[in-house]
Design a protein around this ligand. Structure first.
Ligand code: G3P
Ligand code: CA
Length: 355
């Protein structure tokens, strides 16, 4: 209700001529203090540096991203850390350091154990053309360390876009997040922090603990999400090409998609984060949930649309033409160039930062 009131006051301040803009994404964003269109650096500048590490977030900040996106989990000894996957095997040397626990969840490790892992060398091996010797032995970051990065340059002050990841594994994480943000003075900055989740229960808890903070319900076609027309999820499909499978997935009906918009609204979200199909498919290409009618329906309900995760100019262009209000991207530099906001080439920045 408070968000709604702020939005109405902001629109009223613009004058009667602007009331017609109530369903316009730009006005909805302005009412929340959210940049439009928003550049959301997905796991940092994770195309150019190992995801969720210091150089990835420093680079995103220096390039001028509006938000540093991060996935929040909790260590066995109760510290909030920034890791995307449930387990550590893809993005660290856990298999070498703790072979018997290589598939254990993040929550099974203490902070000291996580800090002993090398979260950078995998990137050099996976992407030799973007490898840097200085990426070896990068540590996993805590939430506080990402906040330090966001606050580290008075000339470049990105916000935080925080996802509660598998929140059912971490009872109380919403309240713990609120306490850290409060302690760091981030709850008094309208639009500087946005919280996001796929989990409706976590959305409710985030809304209860931080009613004033903008919240995004992430949208997905599949189990415990928007029911698919195909009737099955990837795991039950027998297919091996995930992107090709998801490219064929659609909500089972228009009403089913609209039902999820209503659930987002009722849960206190100010917007949704729908998945998108990439032009070239590949990793991080999912079901297309940004058809123009979908974005229009979101705006009609007063909901912003921040789509995940696009990296190519053709996809940025198609998404903007379809009516989205911001984009999660691994390539913050490319998206800033697309919006004519780039100050520096991303290849020049790591050296200046000491990487
Ligand atoms: O948080 C939006 C987007 O990041 C969701 O996908 O799996 O990359 O966290 P994922
Ligand atoms: Ca995320």
């Amino acid at each position: 209700m408070r968000n709604c009131l702020i939005g109405m006051l902001a629109l009223a301040a613009l004058g009667p001529a602007c009331v017609a803009l109530a369903t316009d994404g730009k006005a909805l964003a302005a009412a929340q203090g959210i940049p439009y269109p928003a550049v959301i650096a997905h796991r940092g500048a994770s195309y150019d540096a190992p995801e969720s590490t210091k150089p990835a977030y420093l680079l995103a900040r220096e390039l001028g991203a509006d938000y540093l996106e991060l996935d929040l989990q909790r260590t066995r000894d109760g510290v909030l850390v920034v890791v995307h996957d449930d387990e550590l095997s893809r993005t660290s040397d856990v298999a070498k350091r703790f072979p018997e626990r290589k598939h254990s969840p993040v929550s099974a490790f203490t902070l000291a154990e996580l800090k002993s892992l090398d979260a950078g060398s995998w990137f050099n091996e996976a992407y030799p053309a973007r490898a840097r010797a200085s990426f070896a032995n990068l540590p996993i970051l805590t939430l506080d360390e990402v906040i330090d990065i966001a606050e580290g340059n008075p000339q470049r002050q990105p916000g935080l876009y925080i996802e509660t990841k598998v929140p059912s594994q971490f009872p109380g994480i919403e309240r713990q997040l609120k306490e850290r943000l409060k302690a760091r003075g981030w709850l008094d900055r309208p639009g500087r922090v946005v919280v996001q989740t796929f989990d409706r229960n976590s959305l409710a808890l985030l809304h209860e603990t931080m009613p004033q903070v903008p919240k995004i319900l992430l949208l997905w076609v599949g189990t415990k999400a928007i029911a698919p027309a195909s009737g099955h999820d990837f795991a039950g499909s027998g297919e091996s090409d995930k992107a090709a499978f998801y490219a064929r997935q659609h909500p089972k009906s228009r009403a089913e998609f609209l039902r999820w918009l209503d659930l987002a609204k009722q849960g206190g979200a100010i917007g949704t984060g729908p998945s998108a199909k990439r032009g070239k498919l590949g990793e991080q290409s999912y079901a297309d949930l940004i058809e123009p009618w979908m974005n229009q329906a979101s705006h009609e309900r007063g909901l912003l649309v921040h789509v995940y995760t696009l990296d190519e100019a053709q996809d940025f262009d198609a998404a903007m033409k379809a009516g989205v209000d911001g984009i999660f991207t691994n390539r913050a530099g490319a998206l800033l160039r697309f919006y004519d906001r780039a100050a520096e080439r991303e290849t020049a920045v790591p050296k200046r930062l000491g990487y």
